[in-house]
Write a protein that binds this ligand. Structure first.
Ligand SMILES: CC(C)(COP(=O)(O)OP(=O)(O)OC[C@H]1O[C@@H](n2cnc3c(N)ncnc32)[C@H](O)[C@@H]1OP(=O)(O)O)[C@@H](O)C(=O)NCCC(=O)NCCS
Length: 229
């Protein structure tokens, strides 16, 4: 990542890797992505500590405020990831986080993740709106060609939210996680529809057709509706 940042070495601002604030409003419901504030970390530590939240992500232990502050400091200086707090309309504080990680300086690739830790906000289209903004930012600001993600096979909402913006299921880890019983994890891949031809010089596989169309649609919807704040 140093290569990437070398070009920005005269600008301290550009080496801070919290994402720029942005907002999308669709069908009367808006979601804002903005940098996390230190004063909201205590609330987040509480929300993130629930096993109901950690079930489908990496965690297995409760979070302390100190661990959250450590994470916040680390992320604010991270050179290969960009994260945002998720603030839906109706909340004046972060209800979760989303981010792009492993932003490779040369390959145009990265990974993505999301947690909506306040369960009151599940099933309202928050993830869909956050994915639209994050994907738009990855393509238009970070110049990403591909984004890789993972979701437990049985995490229907997470899989659906990713498929909707143009990810496709590209692989699966079998029985890789134990959550009372062993469960499977999908790998989901997003390919920039404008770059597919150069990424697949031997011909774009037909199996990408649906996801590439959805990815174009998502970029278009985002382009029409995302506002940088
Ligand atoms: C998974 C998660 C990100 C989904 O966020 P969300 O804001 O509730 O999702 P959305 O409201 O945007 O819904 C996305 C899609 O899933 C569907 N959906 C929502 N809740 C669902 C549920 N419980 N079961 C099945 N589908 C569901 C929605 O209808 C929508 O599909 P549609 O557009 O075809 O109608 C959120 O529940 C969460 O953070 N969970 C805990 C941590 C986690 O699982 N993170 C993801 C790890 S990969």
């Amino acid at each position: 990542m140093e290569v990437f940042l070398d070009q920005n070495k005269n600008s301290k601002k550009e080496t801070k890797m919290f994402g720029n604030p942005m907002r999308i409003e669709m069908d009367g419901f808006g979601v804002t992505l903005r940098p996390h504030k230190k004063e909201e970390l205590e609330k987040l530590a509480e929300l993130y500590s629930s096993m109901n939240i950690q079930w489908y992500i990496q965690g297995t232990g409760a979070m302390t405020l100190e661990q959250e502050i450590e994470w916040w400091k680390h992320e604010s200086e991270a050179k290969d990831s960009v994260i945002w707090a998720i603030v839906p309309d109706g909340s004046d504080t972060a209800v979760g986080s989303t981010g792009l990680h492993k932003i490779h300086p040369l390959w145009g690739s990265c990974t993505s993740g999301i947690v909506i830790a306040d369960r009151k906000y599940w099933g309202k289209g928050v993830a869909y709106r956050a994915h639209l903004m994050r994907t738009f930012y990855a393509a238009e600001v970070l110049n990403r060609m591909t984004i890789q993600s993972k979701a437990r096979v049985e995490n229907e909402a997470s899989v659906k939210a990713l498929l909707k913006v143009g990810y496709r299921v590209s692989g699966k880890y079998d029985r890789d996680v134990f959550r009372q019983r062993y469960i499977d994890t999908y790998v989901l891949s997003w390919v920039h529809p404008g770059r597919a031809a150069s990424l697949y010089p031997e011909g774009v596989p037909e199996e990408l057709n649906v996801s590439l169309k959805l990815a174009w649609d998502a970029l278009e919807v985002a382009s029409d509706n995302v506002k940088y704040l």
